[in-house]
Design a protein around this ligand. Sequence first.
Ligand SMILES: Nc1nc2c(ncn2[C@@H]2O[C@H](COP(=O)(O)OP(=O)(O)OP(=O)(O)O)[C@@H](O)[C@H]2O)c(=O)[nH]1
Length: 262
Amino acid sequence: MKQHEELESRIETLLADPAYADHPLHEALASLFERYREQTRQIERVSRIADRYQDAERDRGLSYAARYQRQLRQVEKIVRISDRYQNMLRDMNQRLHWLSSRDELTGLPNRRHALVRLREELQRLGRSGGQFCLTLADVDHFKSINDGYGHDVGDRVLGAIAHGLSEGVRDYDVCARWGGEEFLLLFPHSSIEEVQSVLVRLRRQVGVLSGELLPAGAAGLTLSFGLTLCRDAAEPLDAILQRADQALYQAKGQGRDCVVIG
Ligand SMILES: Nc1nc2c(ncn2[C@@H]2O[C@H](COP(=O)(O)OP(=O)(O)OP(=O)(O)O)[C@@H](O)[C@H]2O)c(=O)[nH]1
């Protein structure tokens, strides 16, 4: 029962959170939750009626065993209904949680989720040692794509790049949309050399997208990368991110379409 109460209180908190007020699932969850409450009220009413009914049965001289069986069936029915609604609420809750960690345009994990994964990776480093690499990737001259071909084409390009990057890394790497036209790639258990060779492949894939998404004669799509290695679990996350960001900044300064190690 405690679990159910916790779930209900969690849903109430989510519904009251202004951050989700405009979320497409907010209204659906609110209606479902109200329905669930109404069902609970109905079950309580049924329960009260059942109690009165049982009193009447007693008057008619039913045996204790028969009365017990009747009551048991009532309870089983109520539990079944209640379980069904609890499961529905749990599924909705899980879906809401999943959506809140995704970027709507690209379907990639969002910045919030990337930060959670980065903190987890630092904790893992503290427990078992090793290393990981972090890369920030930024689409070059993306503004000119929006300006030249329109925002919709810009959105499609971002979606296609996101797809190309996430398909090009391992399952346990993280490819997230860091914001705007910037992506974050986290490579657990990887050296700089290993990541460099992955980036060669990713850059080639992104280059191919130009021909598929932009008119003939358009400048090719390229990305600039800032890459950094982390071995020290005690290093603050901000410092690691700043190193990757500085390296990315240098990559832009060096004429773009390149990888700089920071
Ligand atoms: N279509 C689209 N454009 C976006 C989105 N997010 C950010 N942008 C655009 O991305 C562009 C980024 O422009 P800048 O920061 O000047 O960078 P840039 O043109 O890529 O130039 P460099 O990074 O210096 O190579 C801006 O025009 C933003 O409006 C989005 O979700 N969709």
